[in-house]
Design a protein around this ligand. Structure first.
Ligand code: G3P
Length: 217
């Protein structure tokens, strides 16, 4: 499963990229606001930190203006992936851009039927929001299971990008289902490394090593 960082924070992206485990980045208008940076500038900077797809979201609601915004955003770098909302105009834009060979991430997906539409529109990625689904009393992971089944039934190449990931259990469940990608805030990705028994084990081994009086280097 590919790991994308759901952030526009340059320091966090730099730190995660250094692990060699970062496959891409997703941003959205809220994350750009949080960064306090100019949209085009921060996306350009992020695109230099990873070779993987960097999602940059259009904010227009109509197809012609979405296309104009996408035109500006895709010129930033070759690895920009245009993010569009799951609306009729968003999917018209998805079809037009994907026909031209531009990567498209269809966002704000909350049903398997919406995911089916996005795949038919040629989306590179579909972003079902599991956390917001759970928040509203729905089963986010059931949505991922349904999309996986439908995409496999028809051999759609659209990748399932699990979004709105809130904790490591979301990552675990998404991986068990066979989601292609998950995008999570840096804190959630960092939490994946942690286990109390790993820390305890290191402390025990180091205490015993100390007693040997040896060094390796
Ligand atoms: O980038 C979209 C998505 O990951 C948002 O997550 O936590 O705001 O629901 P959240």
């Amino acid at each position: 499963m590919k790991f994308f960082a759901d952030t526009a924070d340059i320091a966090d992206i730099t730190e995660l990229a250094a692990t060699g485990l970062l496959d891409g980045v997703t941003t959205n208008p809220s994350l750009i606001h949080k960064s306090g940076r100019k949209f085009v500038e921060v996306v350009a900077e992020i695109c230099k930190l990873t070779d993987g797809p960097v999602s940059a979201e259009v904010v227009a609601l109509d197809h012609p203006t979405m296309m104009k915004e996408a035109e500006i955003l895709r010129k930033i770098a070759d690895n920009v992936c245009i993010k569009v909302p799951l609306t009729i105009d968003g999917l018209k834009t998805c079809k037009a851009l994907s026909d031209e060979g531009t990567m498209v991430n269809v966002t704000l997906c909350f049903s398997a039927n919406q995911a089916l539409l996005a795949a038919k529109a040629g989306a590179t990625f579909i972003s079902p929001f599991v956390g917001r689904h759970d928040d509203n009393g729905f089963d986010g992971m059931k949505l991922i299971e349904d999309i996986r089944l439908i995409y496999d039934n028809y051999a759609f190449e659209t990748e399932i990008l699990v979004a709105s990931v809130r904790h490591p259990i979301h990552v675990l469940e998404a991986a068990k289902i066979g989601a292609d990608v998950m995008t999570a805030p840096p804190a959630v990705i960092k939490a994946l490394f942690n286990h109390v028994l790993t820390d305890k084990g290191i402390a025990g081994f180091l205490a015993d090593w100390e007693k040997t009086g040896q060094t390796i280097v």
